[in-house]
Design a protein around this ligand. Structure first.
Ligand SMILES: Cc1ncc(COP(=O)(O)O)c(C=O)c1O
Ligand SMILES: N[C@@H](CCCC[NH3+])C(=O)O
Length: 381
């Protein structure tokens, strides 16, 4: 993180999220350029970060919105996404959320179970509407990522199992208010090994053939998101390899003539542009361990506590020789630890610390635990 930000950062009460809008724009432009050359459509996954200035940048590039709750659908509409740009996934959509999305005439429900399809049919019929639906199929494909953020294995709760499809397909004749327009897949998040996406393509091709044998060809295919970012080296590698990612699908996915392919990227679009900035409250020198105690904790960035996720930590104020620290927060939990055995320049009370690559699944996951104040955001232009 460039030290030139230090003066700006010093003017704001800590902790806060700082978003680099220039990097965000470059990232979005890179994704857009790579997707467009193949005619692919990107829906931004709001769950990664739903702050209005970020949504405004996403919207400006003509991306759609991938939502997983009624409130995300509402936020997308408020941000200016048109209903036909909005898809709604989620394994537990409530009746109120489905009704809200029906009223809003969203583009598509990515439906995750047979029972949910029955409910959407019932609620759509009551309103005299037709709901467009895609089947989220659990492809049973390994994402080779952290087990807590894998979604496409049969042991995961997400999607309809392939073995349920034989019985499911004929039931659409009982559901006049549902229009089946596509298939949806999402195998997991922070995927760095593109083999996982290759395997997904193979599986999608098989499933498309299975449906075609039943006379069903869909206008839409949604292959989800999941592309990872380089948490280790945020300055060396600030933009995800969108070229390699989309090329996998171009090479392997058997797109039918006229078929539209959708992607739902979240993390890769926003993670690198966000930094959690925190101040050092105290130093504690134990017998074995030196602790840096920050004014930000797991309540502001939960990923390290939840998934032992790595975020690069930098002391922006000090240029002293390095020492080894455990960097922890103020929350009353032993898991409130950002990193162990971390080399930082010798650190003092009052130093500003940057916790990098926190633009995705950072601010959206804040918690009020310990009655913490809601963390603020600033935008660097
Ligand atoms: C259905 C669905 N689509 C898209 C995403 C976005 O994933 P990512 O942020 O890894 O691109 C997720 C989250 O994993 C998801 O569950
Ligand atoms: N929240 C997770 C990823 C889950 C993505 C949504 N299915 C993370 O911080 O890495």
């Amino acid at each position: 993180m460039r030290r030139e930000h230090l003066t700006t950062f010093a003017q704001h009460p800590t902790p806060f999220y700082a978003y680099d809008l220039a990097l965000l724009r470059q990232t979005l432009d890179a994704a857009k350029a790579e997707a467009t050359q193949y005619g692919y459509h990107v829906h931004y996954a709001l769950k990664a970060n739903a702050n209005s200035p970020i949504l405004a940048e996403v919207l400006e590039r003509g991306f759609g919105a991938d939502c997983v709750s009624g409130n995300e659908v509402r936020r997308a509409l408020e941000a200016g996404f048109t209903p036909d740009q909005i898809v709604f996934a989620g394994v537990g959509k409530s009746d109120a959320e489905i009704n809200f999305a029906l009223e809003a005439n969203i583009f598509c429900f990515n439906s995750e179970s047979v029972q949910e399809l029955e409910v959407i049919q019932e609620l759509a019929a009551a309103k005299g509407k037709t709901a467009q639906v895609a089947l989220r199929i659990n492809p049973n494909v390994d994402a080779y990522t952290h087990k807590h953020i894998t979604t496409g294995l049969e042991e995961n709760k997400f999607g309809i199992n392939a073995w349920e499809l034989e019985e499911l397909v004929p039931r659409f004749s009982e559901w006049p208010n549902l229009k089946l327009i596509g298939l949806h897949f999402h195998i997991g998040s922070q995927i760095m090994d593109l083999t996982a996406f290759e395997n997904l393509c193979v599986r999608v091709n098989e499933l498309q053939q299975w449906f075609e044998a039943k006379g069903l060809v869909f206008p839409h295919l949604n292959v989800g998101g999941g592309l990872g970012v380089d948490y280790q080296n945020p300055d060396g590698n600030p933009i995800a390899d969108f070229a390699a990612y989309f090329a996998v699908f171009h090479k392997l996915l058997e797109k039918r003539p006229g078929q539209v392919v959708h992607f739902e990227l979240g993390r890769a679009l926003v993670a690198p542009s966000g930094t959690l900035v925190s101040k050092v409250l105290y130093l504690k020198h134990g017998q074995k361990t030196n602790f840096v105690i920050l004014d930000a904790g797991m309540t502001e960035l939960m990923r390290p506590a939840l998934y032992q996720a790595y975020h690069k930590i930098e002391n922006l104020s000090s240029q002293l020789p390095p020492m080894t620290y455990d960097v922890v927060g103020p929350i009353c939990e032993s898991t409130d630890c950002f990193s162990k055995d971390t080399e930082l320049p010798e650190t003092k009370r009052g130093d500003l610390v940057a916790i990098r690559t926190a633009g995705a699944y950072g601010e959206v996951m804040v918690s009020e635990y310990n009655l913490r104040d809601r963390v603020k955001a600033i935008y660097l232009d």
